[in-house]
Structure formats: C-alpha cells, structure tokens
Design a binder for this molecule. Sequence first.
Ligand code: PXL
Length: 299
Amino acid sequence: MQTSRVLAIHDISGVGRCSLTVALPVLSAAGIECAVLPTAVLSTHTGEFEGYTFRDLTDDIMPMAQHWAQLGLHFDAIYTGYLGSIEQVELIKQVIQLLSSDDTLVVVDPVMADEGVLYPGFSAEYPTQMLSLCALADVIVPNLTEAALLLGRDYDPNPSAADIESLLQELCVTTGAKASVLTGVSLQAGQLGAACYLGDCADDRGTPADSFSYAAAPHTAGMYHGSGDLFSSALVAGLVTGRMTAQMNGQTLAHSLKQAVDFTAQSIQRTHAAGTKTKYGLLFEAGLAQFGAQFVEQC
Ligand code: PXL
C-alpha cells in the first residue's frame, strides 16, 4: 500500500476549528499521513475571541525540522498556513529548502487577512515577507484580500471574471508559483467558490498551460471562521492523492478545486443550519467520512 505524507505548518488553536485542528482530520480522512510543525499554540484563534493565550514556537521550528532531515523523511507535500510571527517566514523558507525533494509539492496558503483587513498581530510589512515565502511555492492559495495585499492592489470584494484571471496570472508571475488558486470568488448571484490558474509550465497529463478553472457551490451568507483552512486542507488532500507533484497536473488541480469547494460549502451550510456561533468554526466533522471516501481507494 502506497501512503503519502504531508507536512502541515500552521498554528494549533485549541478551540475554533482552524489551522492544524482542521488540517489533521481532513488529511487523515483522505488517507494521508499528516505530520505537523506547529508555529504557535493558542487557546483559540484570534478572530472574534478576546483574551486568547499565544505561545510562540519559533525556537522549536529548526530543531524539529533538522531532526526530520536526520531521519531522512520524505514529504509528498509541504503545506503552510498561519505563522506565529513575521520572523518565522525566513525560518519556514529554510524548512522548505531542508525538507523538500524534487517531487515535493509546496503549497502556501498566505494566511494573514480577510474581508479587506489583516488579522490581529500582523503588521503592514507582513505581506511583503509572505510574498517571499510564496516564491518557494508550487501552488499558492490566497483569498481576495490576501491576493490584493500580495500584489499591492486595492481590495475588490467582487471581481469580474477578467479581474479574477488577471489576479491569478499576476500572482503566478509575481511570486513564481506554478499555479494559483483564489478563494471567495463569485461569478453568479447566489454562488460562491474558487478559481485556479495553471501557469505556463509542463503538465504530465496534457492539460494546456495557461488554463483557468472555476468551481462554485450555493452561497450561504455570513463570515465563517476557518473556512479558508478547511478549503486549503481539502485542496491539498486532493492534490496529493491525485499525485500532483511539483511537475503539476491541471486535471488534478481543477478536480481538487471542485472537491474542496463542495466540501467547504457543505460544511458552511451544515454550520448555518445548526445555528452555532461562527467563531467556533465549521461543523465539518459530519461530512468527513464522505469526503475521505472519495480518496481512500486511491491511496
Ligand atoms: O483561519 C485562519 C487562522 C488561523 N490561525 C489563527 C487565526 C486565524 C484567523 O483568524 O487567528 C490563530
């Protein structure tokens, strides 16, 4: 049996269903081993909660990575999200260089902002640093706010298809990533989803370079914490089980985009129907078995 191993580099927030408390179950449900490099430990995420604890794990990052390098571990993907500080960006770049092989897919979700504003604790310099991390990525997964910050553009919450495609292309050109994914886009009233672009690079399954793909699902109004993390984790699950490597594969990218959009939209719909406070995150657990069943026979 062939198994895959992903290294997830995010914080762990004890309550609020985001970052590692989402990446771990989602990747595991897809039959993937999820190794974790926690960047910080918090009692809750930083959105809508007051008085959260925050323990910075900067000093543990390199020793943990060096231990894994000594063990000779292979990672099919390295997937980064929320980092504990601006200083950690340089360290995570070193970790990627230390632990990637030629076939390691590097996915960077530049978690730092939403709805036009940076998350608490991130300074105005953070997007520039994050851009330098994106330069090591094969795939980057910003939301519309993060894309605007990375590119130094004004935030537009409702971009047209032409605007979305221009953002996706510029994200690849500016960062050097081979593919870009933009979340939170809507081309039709009542629908919300994501778009992706595979830049001008070789594709082992004949997908034309310079191709765009869209996926959408019924939109549930409201701001749902952790939805970006759920989407990116589901996307990584699809990319890894679809054997998308650093060599890229446009069909796998488009298919994984659709699976991640559907899983995220269903989780949002379930949370809305249950009426729980959105700061406690998405009720994704009831859909995990069905989500994972799409992948396990491929592992
Ligand atoms: O969901 C992104 C995220 C991850 N981790 C922490 C956060 C947030 C967003 O607010 O605060 C700690």
